[in-house]
Write a protein that binds this ligand. Structure first.
Ligand code: NPQ
Ligand code: MG
Length: 367
């Protein structure tokens, strides 16, 4: 396909409740949507970068800048490009995986809408619905946490993930275990601890957790391998895994036994599938992480979560977990599952009226 042009659209999406993690509290998402226009079809994608570089080095203004100045010109210069060609064309540009992921995904969406194939079928999905977990932020008190978890379990979520940090870890986990019994339970530290905390973190072993996610630094594998020897709870990596090469290194170092795959973090759905295939061949479980996406990013993630190696419930929660009103028809939990979109491409379209209301800026980059 020849790219006619690319639209960069910023939208403001207030969260239904503040979402607190070890690296900060989010009240609203400042989201960059990408629309790639070709003669055959147009494609949509969501860049998962946050407003500030708190989760990883990328941030939304930087993603828009690197797309505008370097990536889009590299793609519109090509006579023909498809999803596989995007990675090749952008390879000389270092890093900025979330920006690359958004452009590759929008091209893939256009390509699949033109051919009539769904993301799920293209990626190799084996299920038509996926079981859903939910990520629960750090709260002001244990009672407030228990109320929130109670509500999510009532909605049907099959797995609870608690954000933790030093000072909010053993007690909240103990309280949830005591109140809700053997519900599937895991924790995510977002890199808040160091190896010197290993004896304290071993205290989590008493609670039968599925995993502890990213306990140590976002750029570490070696110390995670040492920590994994000291814990019974399986170590899962998120921020540390930005490519299939990182996943291979983590597996050979025994730095983790589970990986949270986020297509935005690893440069796109093609790399996400490579990581899935590598992990499956090595007996490492994977699950689909979340970056508080709108329905645009959520649709593609649900398709990925339907691949056979995604054996643990992901953070592919319903739209209402984050947004009172989504830019696409809302993803609704059904018996703890989300249905995999079956239409061409990502299988959902943004509602033009809602998009107009939440749009804060639109920029057209002509090919
Ligand atoms: C669902 C979940 O816990 N996601 C991330 C953390 C996270 C937290 C807050 C965010 C705010 C704006 C954009 C992305 C964000 C990602 C994680 O698994 O580590
Ligand atoms: Mg995480």
């Amino acid at each position: 396909m020849k790219i006619t042009g690319v639209e960069l659209r910023r939208i403001a999406m207030p969260l239904v409740a503040p979402f607190r993690t070890s690296f900060g509290t989010e009240h609203s998402r400042d989201v960059l949507l990408v629309r790639v226009v070709t003669p055959e079809a147009e494609g949509w994608a969501e860049c998962v970068a946050m407003g500030e570089p708190l989760y990883s080095p990328e941030y939304v203004d930087g993603a828009a800048d690197v797309m505008r100045r370097f990536m889009v010109p590299a793609l519109t210069a090509l006579q023909h490009v498809d999803a596989y060609g995007v990675g090749q064309a952008l390879e000389p540009l270092k890093g900025h995986r979330m920006a690359k992921a958004a452009l590759e995904t929008a091209v893939l969406d256009a390509q699949l809408r033109a051919s009539g194939e769904s993301f799920a079928r293209f990626l190799g999905a084996s299920r038509e619905a996926v079981p859903c977990g939910v990520s629960v932020g750090i709260m002001n008190s244990i009672p407030e946490l228990l109320d929130a978890v109670d509500g999510y379990i009532a909605e049907g979520y099959v797995r609870i993930k608690l954000k933790i940090e030093p000072g909010w870890d053993l007690e909240p986990v103990r309280a949830v275990r005591e109140r809700f019994g053997d519900v599937l339970l895991q924790v995510d530290a977002n890199a808040a601890y160091t190896l010197t905390d290993s004896a304290h973190l071993a205290g989590l072993d008493a609670f039968g957790l599925l995993l502890i996610e990213q306990p140590l630094a976002d750029d570490d594998l070696v110390q995670h391998a040492e920590l994994a020897k000291r814990l019974r709870t399986p170590v899962c990596l998120d921020e540390s895994i930005e490519s299939a090469a990182h996943a291979a290194a983590a597996i050979s170092l025994k730095a983790c036994s589970v990986i949270n795959i986020k297509p935005g973090r690893v440069g796109g759905y093609l790399e996400a599938r490579r990581i899935h295939d590598l992990c499956r061949a090595n007996g490492v479980a994977v699950w689909c992480g979340g970056m508080l996406e709108t329905g645009i990013g959520r649709a593609a993630n649900v398709a990925l979560a339907a691949l056979p190696g995604f054996t643990l419930p992901g953070d592919t929660s319903a739209s209402r977990r984050y947004f009172a009103r989504d830019v696409t028809p809302p993803f609704e939990l059904r018996d703890g599952h989300l249905d995999v979109p079956a239409g061409p491409g990502i299988g959902v379209d943004p509602d033009p009226a809602v998009l107009d209301e939440v749009t804060t800026s639109v920029e057209w980059l002509a090919g």
